[in-house]
Design a protein around this ligand. Structure first.
Ligand code: GAR
Length: 209
């Protein structure tokens, strides 16, 4: 049996997407292992959750640091942990070009909108305020621009007349938790390849585990 690929998870807050990934691994839906969970914030609840789950964790505070220096430390920790794929899970920092180059097409992010609509902060509020009828989430490869790289998958969610940012966020989050593990499995299985801005299915390659 081939060895499971190693994930490096980066988070800044609650960490529910990280937990969904860890749950997907535990239940066998995702063939991977979490090599390290890194937070740039000491108060991130996700960091505590990761410790409780017995995972390898590291706090690398970013406040007041030059981006390139902080990123170099994060890259070194990811390399030391031998991460094959880096998953941003509510990691609220733009990555430097050096970071992106250290893991070419090996960094994923999840964003709570159908990109390119509503990039940046409070994407769900942006969707409600704009009057969108459909929103959702996007898992994409990371480049040096905000919420921008090639899209791996998207899940749609209707925006109801009764929605506010909170209720829409909850409904999108359910899809995030399903979609992130699916996207990671797709990437790790080699079932897709990047062609410019697009990701396409490799012909003759199964999506499975
Ligand atoms: C998620 O909704 C994620 O999509 C969003 O932050 C939240 C983190 O929640 N990420 C972004 O907006 C990135 N631009 P979590 O900490 O519970 O996973």
């Amino acid at each position: 049996m081939s060895q499971s690929k190693k994930l490096g998870i980066l988070l800044s807050g609650r960490g529910s997407n990280f937990e969904a990934i860890a749950d997907a691994i535990e239940s066998g839906r995702l063939d991977a292992e979490i090599a390290i969970v890194i937070s740039n914030r000491a108060d991130a609840p996700g960091l505590e959750t990761a410790k409780r789950r017995g995972l390898n964790t590291k706090l690398i505070p970013s406040r007041g640091r030059v981006r390139e220096e902080h990123d170099a430390e994060v890259v070194a920790a990811l390399k030391e942990a031998q991460a094959d794929l880096v998953c941003l899970a509510g990691y609220m920092r733009l990555l430097s070009p050096e970071f992106v180059r250290a893991f070419p097409h090996r960094i994923l992010n999840i964003h709570p909108s159908l990109l390119p609509a509503f990039a940046g902060l409070e994407a769900q509020k942006q969707a409600v305020d704009y009057g969108a009828k459909v929103s959702g989430c996007t898992v994409h490869f990371v480049d040096e621009h905000l919420d921008h790289g090639p899209i791996v998958l998207q899940k749609t969610v209707p925006v109801l007349d009764s929605d506010d940012a909170h209720t829409l966020s909850l409904r999108i989050l359910e899809q995030e938790h399903i979609g992130y593990a699916e996207a990671i499995q797709l990437v790790l299985s080699g079932a897709i390849e990047v062609e410019g801005r697009r990701t396409v299915r490799r012909t003759g390659k199964a999506e499975g585990k």
